[in-house]
Design a protein around this ligand. Sequence first.
Ligand code: UFG
Length: 330
Amino acid sequence: MKILVTGGAGYIGSHVVKALGEEGHELLVYDNLSTGHDWAILYGKLVKGELADSRCLDEAFSAFKPEAVLHFAASIQVEESVRKPLRYYRNNVSNSLNLLDAMERHGVRNLIYSSTAAVYGIPDRMPADETMPLNPINPYGTSKVMMETVLRDIASAGNFRYIALRYFNVAGADAQSRIGQAYADATHLITRALKTAHGEYPKLSVFGTDYPTADGTCIRDYIHVDDLADAHIRALNYLVETGRTEIMNCGYGHGFSVKEVVSVAKKVTGIDFPVEETDRRAGDPPELIADSTKLRRLTGWQPRHDDLEFIIQTAWDWELKYSSRLKANL
Ligand code: UFG
């Protein structure tokens, strides 16, 4: 298939581009390279453009004639969204509407949309399944609920179908260390812990130790990015084969606390890096665990890397390679 991938130069997008390329799809990545990198695109071509730029979108759609769009380009940091909500609504909502307009103008009716566990807020049952109420507790989650609502309404109006994948905590890297997380300022727990082990930060802060969990720190369902990429391949096949709109969680169905992640990071790296316990971070729910029964049932998806040590090992291998590459460029 001819597939246009927004945000395909970013962390998750580039792993999905790798998986789609391995399946033989023809790819066009549309990315403004604000957090992504052209070297991360292992298959297909890049158009460097903004989603706000309808003319640039039109040119890309006219030249490439995609049959489906995978939409990764978005702002994703929960805490930043609390401080800068307008940026999140602009980038995640307004820019997505622009993309949907372009899809409509060019008659493209298949979309895989990147949603998030943050749509659930603080779920009253765990693991969270897709039928649970959406009560986001931060602007990031709200921006994704807004887009899910828009998509639902467009699909009901006809001639458009989509699958929204609600990601839980995505981590790890390509097993060959060709791509991985490469943000200027890491905020995600595993990356931050590994960069601290590597000496890039003096210490790792544990945000909150008074949550209602066994050890008082937040629990998350960490999913390896290549398992998530495989979920996209299967979701796309499902969408094209059945033409059915669906929403599916992507996670393993069990979680680890911040303290547990820190201890595995210390084991994998062999470095006893400094850790300090601090106040809670704004916008963090205590626990997020996925019920991914639907994804498994409808698409046949099965995790291949459900092992926190493997996830952290691949992230560590990548971290070491990426930081030496950065040093070599200086
Ligand atoms: N944490 C720390 N110290 C750090 C970084 C994080 O203690 O230096 C804690 C956070 O407070 C949180 C947990 O580790 O309790 C995980 O935090 P991350 O920043 O790694 O990830 P989030 O759970 O905040 O958010 C991520 C994605 C979102 C997605 C969410 C879904 O960034 O896009 O997972 O579960 F919505």
